[in-house]
Design a protein around this ligand. Structure first.
Ligand SMILES: Cc1cc2nc3c(=O)[nH]c(=O)nc-3n(C[C@H](O)[C@H](O)[C@H](O)COP(=O)(O)OP(=O)(O)OC[C@H]3O[C@@H](n4cnc5c(N)ncnc54)[C@H](O)[C@@H]3O)c2cc1C
Length: 458
């Protein structure tokens, strides 16, 4: 930090970019010098599985590189308590600390603590969302509990203008080095930084027109793969929507998905217990089973249901899973194994690169039928018909469950029902090379209906 002139501190968190970042823009127009800071929080780092950890560290290193390249400054990095780090940086030349807010309860509690520890003004923004919480409301002034009315408002809500950056210089003060951590974590699964994100966005723009026809086919790249960029903030949702526009039905359908992200974020903001309690409280009385062996078979992709196993192995091996398969695997845990959705939510949260408390918690509750706007509980996915419908030739299964790859596209969805000769011809021995189904779907369906019905009626 320079010895003279005013300074503004920007605390980066889930907004790891310089462009289209309101906290950065206002700070660079508020002081002579800006001090960009990232505080590595061991609680969050330890909660991340290997893929998210590597992506996070890669993103932070890339942000530092971008700051060096574009401003000549440096990202000031510390691994400590953020309240302490920021309080130590503030002095009598500091005009304020600037950051973009987050809806997660851990973050809101931490931020309140940080704000209380600071002796200078704090300016907070909502650069991580399209519309800030509380700005998309029904005629009665409440957050809609149903998605479609929320979307209908969301799409016509005026966008809060974001400021353009000022001309402050950027501090070069030394922080800690990330190198050892980055090396230990290995390369980021996705090319990091604003540059990696911009390439993904440009690539997506070439494919986005086909979104509505391709997005439910897990064997092809029919979705944007931008969830990690939204998670870490290497792209702003507004920039994504603006870049793509809504000129075709595919693009319009895609932008609609971005409003789901806002909806879950606004819901978490209003209902901080989204990952710990059912939004519809009666469902917290369901007599869940907890069977360690069943949970472990699900988590490791050994259920005997090929589409479920393919998805769980994709997650374990890459930190990502296709949306359709997230729905199928989540439904299997809750509705076929009758295991409490919170166990699944935690498992996904640990492993997903794009794990986001609001999106993960909201979607798990949606699948479990316990959320604000959930499919009725009696609509239970049949994993085998889902597999036939969305992976008709078994291409996705073949990629992730290679021991079944020699089965034809009829038998691959349900090896347990295949003719013994077909199994033998494909080298599949049920219970040996591939598990027999750990549960019978028809039986499981009745068991789940009874468990849900019992709490509805009580
Ligand atoms: C059980 C379950 C858990 C999930 N957990 C997460 C999570 O932790 N983090 C996460 O970002 N998404 C989560 N999702 C939503 C969705 O699966 C991912 O956003 C999507 O697969 C990411 O791939 P994409 O960027 O290629 O998606 P695209 O189809 O290209 O969608 C673009 C963007 O829209 C948003 N979006 C799309 N679908 C949803 C949705 N159903 N809910 C909220 N936002 C959506 C995401 O930000 C996504 O990046 C979960 C879905 C389910 C069923």
């Amino acid at each position: 930090m320079s010895e003279s002139g005013t300074n503004a501190i920007v605390w980066f968190r889930r907004d790891l970019r310089l462009s289209d970042n309101p906290a950065w823009a206002v700070a660079t127009g508020s002081a002579d010098e800006v001090v960009p800071v990232f505080v590595l929080d061991d609680t969050l780092l330890d909660a991340a599985g290997p893929f998210r950890r590597a992506q996070l560290l890669g993103e932070v290193a890339a942000l530092d590189a971008t700051i060096r390249e574009h401003t000549g400054g440096r990202l000031f990095l510390r691994r400590a308590d953020p309240a302490q780090v920021l309080a130590d940086l503030v002095d009598d030349r500091t005009v304020g600390v600037f950051w973009n807010d987050d809806v997660a309860p851990y973050a809101t509690a931490r931020d309140a603590r940080v704000e209380a520890a600071l002796s200078c003004p704090v300016q907070r923004f909502w650069g991580t969302l399209f519309h800030r919480p509380g700005s998309v409301l029904t005629g009665k002034g409440t957050l809609s509990k149903v998605f479609t009315p929320f979307y209908n408002r969301w799409i016509v809500t005026d966008v809060d203008p974001w400021p353009t950056p000022g001309s402050a210089s950027v501090a070069t003060g030394p922080g800690e080095s990330l190198d050892a951590l980055v090396q230990a974590a290995g390369p980021a699964p996705l090319p990091p930084g604003e540059a990696g994100a911009a390439d993904r966005l440009a690539d997506w723009a070439r494919r986005a027109d086909n979104y509505l026809t391709d997005r439910d086919t897990p064997s092809i790249e029919g979705t944007s793969m931008l969830s990690s960029d939204l998670k870490f903030g290497t792209l702003s949702p507004r920039h994504i929507a603006q870049y793509l526009g809504t000129t075709t039905s595919g693009r319009e359908g895609f932008v609609r998905q971005l409003s789901w992200r806002d909806w879950w974020a606004h819901t978490l903001y209003e209902f901080p217990a989204l990952t710990t309690a059912s939004v519809r409280p009666e469902y917290d009385n369901i007599a869940w089973r907890y069977d360690e062996a069943d949970f472990s078979a699900w988590a490791t992709g050994q259920t005997g249901y090929p589409i479920v196993d393919a998805g769980m192995r994709q997650l374990a091996q890459t930190g990502w899973m296709h949306n359709r398969v997230r729905m199928i695997t989540a439904s299997f845990l809750v509705k076929d194994l009758l295991i409490d959705w919170r166990h699944g939510e935690r498992h996904f949260r640990k492993l997903l690169i794009d794990a986001d408390l609001a999106q993960n918690g909201g979607n798990w509750q949606w699948v479990a039928g316990t959320g604000p706007d959930a499919a009725p509980y009696f609509r239970i996915f049949n994993p085998t018909s889902q597999s036939r419908k969305f992976d008709p030739h078994g291409a996705y299964i073949r990629t992730w469950v290679p021991e079944l790859s020699a089965l034809d596209s009829k038998a691959i969805h349900e090896p347990a029902a295949a003719a013994p000769l077909d199994l033998a011809g494909a080298g599949v021995i049920l219970g040996d090379t591939y598990p027999a189904p750990i549960v019978d779907h028809a039986f499981a369906r009745e068991r789940t209906l009874a468990a849900y019905k019992a709490v509805k009626e009580s």
